[in-house]
Write a new protein. Structure first.
Length: 405
């Protein structure tokens, strides 16, 4: 393949056009634009090669490794159609053609590129000081076909790279360093947690799954449970989208987009509560009830709250001037009923608190007699406002750091 064809094929990517926005691929395109043996000054070529290699070496020295990862993780119309079982013959032919070209590109070395451009042996010797990136021969067609078959677990695009997201201006933004909380690190509340896990497994299996309200006292591990479940089942195709209360009005449009995705999604609303005149109240009702087409089977809402009925209600609300005050109050209190599953996390009694402490002490290798540990932990809990798993973990971490002796 001559340089002109390499350059044309890069500029002419259709299925993988999104790759042209990749910083390394963009520099490779610029490099093929700059290669002209008829120009006596080699400075532009040197600059283009150096810029490309600097971008590549930020990630790897192997062009084949970088391009193959980029290909497998790029979101394309073909992988979306394949996930829906609708890949047309025209699209399949275009996909196979571009995969064959990108596979050749994985094996393109600097020396081959200079030769394809028509540089003389003398010109090549003048450029010998430039580093040489590594290449790799790969079967991209087979690898991509497998990735399309596994789209329901591994995802595509940013969903292949990340499993936790937030919402900014109505768009999903990946969280690069999510909370690494593990289920094995959360002692206590196993029965409560198992209900949420079972519901999540149903979601992953494509069975009917409930929206879940995790209600209870502060510091009992409600939020940690949701985050740990997201980490535990990420490899099975579960993705977590954290939504703030003031973003709820943006979620219906987002849900419509996620409904076509082969992955499963938890929309996570932490520390949820409303005032009686909160505009977000109606937005959440719409999300829980679904659109006229029904709620997507691959999406569930998990919310945590310290309030059973979610609405901050005052005595004034009960004695106001609403003629149908009972109906209004019933509407406000019925929001929590729209969660199909409510799991209660109550403040631990002394025995459960002791069991949590004992397990955390083992995890953190605390060498202290259990009786002494319990006495000190109870004193710490009193000062902290009461027993909770959060308080137990804070105490154990202070023991580990030497603050508690």
């Amino acid at each position: 393949m001559q340089l002109r064809e390499w350059n044309a094929r890069l500029h002419g990517l259709v299925i993988f056009r999104a790759m042209l926005r990749d910083p390394v691929v963009a520099k490779l395109v610029e490099l093929t634009d700059q290669l002209d043996p008829a120009v006596p000054d080699l400075s532009p070529v040197c600059g283009a090669v150096a810029a490309f290699e600097a971008a590549l070496f930020e990630h790897t020295t192997n062009l084949g490794d970088y391009l193959s990862n980029a290909v497998l993780e790029t979101e394309t119309v073909c992988v979306r159609q394949a996930a829906a079982g609708q890949l047309s013959p025209v699209m399949e032919a275009a996909l196979n053609s571009e995969l064959a070209f990108l596979q050749q590109l994985c094996g393109l070395s600097l020396d081959k590129l200079l030769e394809a451009a028509g540089f003389s042996a003398e010109q090549a010797r003048e450029l010998a000081f430039l580093p040489r990136w590594e290449v790799k021969q790969l079967d991209l067609t087979t690898a991509y076909s497998q990735r399309m078959r596994e789209a329901g677990k591994k995802g595509y695009g940013m969903f292949a790279k990340h499993h936790v997201f937030t919402v900014e201006n109505g768009q999903l933004v990946p969280v690069k360093y999510p909370d690494p909380q593990k289920l094995s690190e959360l002692p206590g509340y196993e029965k409560e947690r198992e209900k949420v896990i079972a519901n999540t497994r149903a979601l992953l299996a494509g069975s009917p799954a409930n929206n879940v309200l995790l209600y209870g006292d502060a510091g009992t591990g409600k939020s940690s449970t949701v985050k740990a479940i997201a980490n535990e089942y990420a490899a099975d195709g579960l993705r977590l989208v954290e939504v703030k209360k003031n973003q709820l009005y943006q979620i219906p449009d987002l849900m419509d987009k996620l409904a076509a995705n082969p992955l499963k999604f938890i929309l996570f609303i932490d520390d949820l509560s409303f005032s009686s005149n909160d505009d977000n109240f109606a937005a959440l009702k719409a999300i829980l009830e679904g659109s006229v087409g029904g709620r997507a089977r691959n999406i569930a809402v998990y919310a945590t709250s310290n309030r059973r009925h979610l609405i901050k209600e005052t005595l004034t609300d009960r004695t106001g001037d609403d003629i149908h005050e009972a109906d209004t109050r019933q509407e406000l209190m019925s929001l929590s009923a729209r969660f199909g599953l409510t799991v209660t996390f109550q403040r631990p009694e002394k025995a459960r608190f002791a069991a949590i402490l004992e397990e955390l002490a083992k995890q953190h290798h605390i060498q202290m007699p259990m009786e002494e540990l319990l006495v000190k932990a109870e004193s710490f809990a009193i000062r902290a406002g009461g027993r909770s798993p959060r308080v137990a973990k804070q105490f154990i971490e202070q023991c580990e750091s030497g603050v508690q002796k």
